[in-house]
Design a protein around this ligand. Sequence first.
Ligand code: G6P
Length: 478
Amino acid sequence: MKIAADDPSSTAPGAAPIRPIVIAANRLPVMRDNTTENGWAPSPGGLVRALLPMLRSSGGTWVGWTGTPDDPTEPFTVDGVDCYPIDISAKEVELYYEGFSNDGLWPLYHDALRESTYDIAQWEAYQRVNERFAITLANIAPPNAIVWIHDYQLQLVPAMLRQQRPDITIGFFLHIPFPPYELFSRLPWRNEIIDGLLGCDLIGFQRPKGATNFAACASQLRKSDIGENVIHNAGHRTELGVFPISIDFAEVEEMAAGRATRKLTSQIRTRLGDPEVILLGVDRLDYTKGIGLRLRAFGALLESGELDPERCVMVQVATPTREAVEHYQDERREIERLVGEINGRFSRIGLPVIHYLYQTLSYDDLIALYRAGDVMLVTPFRDGMNLVAKEYAAAHIDGDGVLVLSEFAGAADELTDAVLVNPHDDRALQESIVTAVEMHRHERRARMAGLREQVKRMDVQGWADRFYAALARAAENQ
Ligand code: G6P
């Protein structure tokens, strides 16, 4: 099978679908937060940050969880988007969300970087919650609607929904990698997951490899008939496509250009002691992100004298996530131990070499930090896309700044003007940090221009338009 990323010129920009749209994702765009004025805060992660601007502009409905267990909330509207909360009990949060989704599927889909748990009670809860999503979608989707389901938490929903509502068009987008057969086949419920996804008219992946891996699994496990970008199974056809997700470039640029951001950016530099080079990391605190590796590389360069602790400062934002899952607790302990160790060794009074924030920052604060960052370190072991890399480029309206990017992030396919690195290779990682810090201004500017051009050309609206256009074609071909 041949799978290429969709040509950006194939859809008229802003070609919003005329059919009603319903989005389903594990999380609603907002989560409960008692500390804010209206009791809601933006949900974490790149998925929500990408989908919200797209849905805001096209109008639509969003089905998902409020992030609080046992929270039977009535439908409400936020930012022009109608939200339908799905109630998830505390036990289901433990089994479906922390368990099956984040301690089973998440590590398996990320190169088995940690051991997965396979547990029947977790699987049953996953089925139950997926069923609840499918029933809600079947009840609220208007006739002729397009339902767009997102990510690994909801892979059974497409087939469940198709059974109840054969009239609607169903698309699915996987935000994380789809693993090769050798890993996927470990999953005791591998057949059910493939069957769930084959309920779609179109499945979208971040990278071509995700699509070919999925096709290979469908062929091996379900003996499906594989054509060019299409799978035939039990009388139904499912198209596959590649749609690298992106950001709202114009929005980030506008925020970065604002007076408040400029002021905040210069305050950040001053507060950091006016260093020559600010190295920046911004991630959810996840073991896939390679935060420890990056800290170790920074420490080794200070130790060897290749970086000067009086000239360089590192800022690492690690957003709290999935804190009840043990692998995440272990990762946090290790990161905090490393921060302590490196700071203890190289800091001066009032001037730590690493500023570590285990916090959820507002988008405004993040954009100001991106602007302050001279070198951005995005070094995951495996990542579906990584929108932080794209946000950094969009925020650098000054045309300066260097991005060090792991080859194992989906973004590496497009952001070829970054300093690309294999993060498993310690020495290569250290060298790429030094290259970034010492890069000549002309080269920095040329690379940043290339990064910005790429992100601008392939922004989130284009991503959604291309997906919808492909979904409409898939429905016609059905
Ligand atoms: C990644 C996943 C999303 C998820 C987000 C935040 O981006 O692909 O599905 O929503 O992380 O993680 P959380 O577990 O807090 O929803």
